[in-house]
Design a protein around this ligand. Structure first.
Ligand code: FAS
Ligand code: PHB
Length: 393
């Protein structure tokens, strides 16, 4: 098989890249190791930046998001039993975010790709990448007992943190930076109305909690938990009881519970790989970086990488220019590191750290008290949360 761009991974990065390339007449094949149902079954992000919303519109897949998604102008910070609203729209001069689950984004992209009759190879085994330091890279995979080869001009490694793309780069060509946090997030999904109209990020002496949602009748909650926690140790009732203890009295009283439709634990880490380009191989999304979900940046960084990469590849084919390709890694990494900083800062502010004790809790409460009463500090939070501008030079 021959194509212009071979994309590895059919998560949001790979699917969005495929859709943007298709809209510009650039041919791409996606190779995914799992089934479509498996990909759709992963519960992940919930908040989209304006840049992501605009990209989904540009890709022609934003219609359902605008109908079913929820525009949020603010978030709430809860500490010392009191909630404080950060009016992001007012503080940033009009910016807002969209609450619309990653599952729905993936579904919309999958439907568009299928409707366009584009090739996505699901359940591809033993995917490998070859000769990306030359001008004729190839991707190989196994399917139905046969080995297949894709000849291409470029390979887009959109295969996430555990993918084959970054793992195929010689260690000498790669620098990685990592911080593993001493806790995880225990998440639950429930078909019940959310406890509040906007998200609540809670710093409590018992640990962090987040009240989020997917719609007005489906809610998503998270509790900070220890790294070695097991989902089996948490009945729904135990989850709800602990969540109530981390919320203010009004939220605890109004919390509507129900049987969990999903319950999982996600580890928290900050990770960045540099550079994000190796000859004809490009890394995008979680294949290149991971941020703790506190700042809701993971999916939004993936889409900004894809924005840079799609424009660079389209420029290569349409204008015979390599300027975008040559600047891809630098452009992505400037935005990646700013989002990594914000995600690290917000995580450090909101979570209970075993080694900082009561003094650490008092310092966090003092910083939060300053933040919610300082327009400058609240604006800094707001402009990072809604998403910083794309890097242009
Ligand atoms: P993905 O990991 O989504 O997709 C990569 C795809 O590549 C997968 O489908 C995988 O099966 C495939 N693949 C892997 N190896 C392959 C191979 N060798 N060959 C072929 N295919 C291969 N972000 C937020 O903003 N908020 C959140 O609350 C949040 N929660 C998260 C919870 C978890 C458990 C995880 C892991 C991530 C979470 N994220 C969150 C971040 C998440 O949303 C990612 O940023 C987003 O999925 C990135 O999309 P992709 O880059 O497409 O990577
Ligand atoms: C979610 O709804 O899954 C969500 C929202 C905001 C975050 C993280 C996760 O910061």
């Amino acid at each position: 098989m021959r194509t212009q761009v071979a994309i590895i991974g059919a998560g949001p990065s790979g699917l969005l890249l495929g859709q943007l390339l298709h809209k510009a007449g650039v041919d791409a094949v996606i190779v995914e190791r799992k089934s479509a149902d498996y990909v759709l079954g992963r519960i992940r992000a919930g908040v989209l930046e304006q840049i992501t919303m605009d990209l989904l519109d540009e890709a022609g897949v934003g219609a359902r998001m605008h109908v079913e998604g929820l525009i949020h102008d603010g978030i709430n910070l809860l500490f010392k039993g009191q909630r404080h609203r950060i009016d992001m729209r007012e503080l940033t001069g009009g910016s807002k975010v969209m609450v619309y689950g990653q599952t729905e984004v993936t579904h919309d992209l999958m439907n568009a790709r299928q409707a366009a009759g584009l090739t996505t190879v699901y359940e591809a085994g033993n995917v490998s990448v070859h000769d990306f330091d030359g001008a004729r890279p190839t991707v190989r995979y196994e399917k139905d007992g046969q080995t297949h080869e894709i000849e291409c001009d470029f390979i887009a490694g959109c295969d996430g943190y555990h993918g084959v793309s970054r793992a195929s780069v010689p260690a000498s060509a790669l620098r990685t930076y990592e911080k593993v946090y001493p806790f995880g997030w225990l998440g639950i999904m429930v078909d019940a109305p959310p406890v509040a109209h906007e998200l609540i990020y809670a710093n409590s002496q018992r640990g962090f909690a987040l009240c989020s949602m997917r719609s007005t009748h489906r809610s998503r909650y998270y509790l900070q938990c220890s790294m070695d926690e097991k989902v089996a140790n948490w009945s729904d009732e135990a989850f709800w009881n602990e969540l109530r203890l981390r919320l203010d009295p009004e939220a605890a009283e109004h919390l509507v519970t129900g049987p969990s439709i999903e319950k999982s634990i996600a580890p928290l880490r900050s990770f960045v790989a540099e550079p994000m380009r190796f000859g004809r191989l490009f890394l995008a999304g979680d294949a290149a970086h991971i941020v703790p979900p506190t700042g809701a940046k993971g999916l939004n960084l993936a889409t900004s990488d894809v924005s840079y990469l799609s424009k660079a590849l389209i420029e290569f084919y349409k204008e015979k220019s390599s300027v975008g390709i040559d600047h891809y890694s630098d452009h992505c990494l400037r935005r990646v590191w700013k989002a990594a900083r914000f995600s690290w800062w917000f995580t450090s502010l909101m979570h209970k750290f075993p080694d900082t004790g009561e003094f650490g809790q008092k310092i966090q409460e003092a910083e939060l008290d300053y933040l919610v009463h300082s327009r400058a500090a609240s604006t800094a939070l707001a402009e990072n949360y809604v998403g910083l501008p794309m890097e242009t030079n």
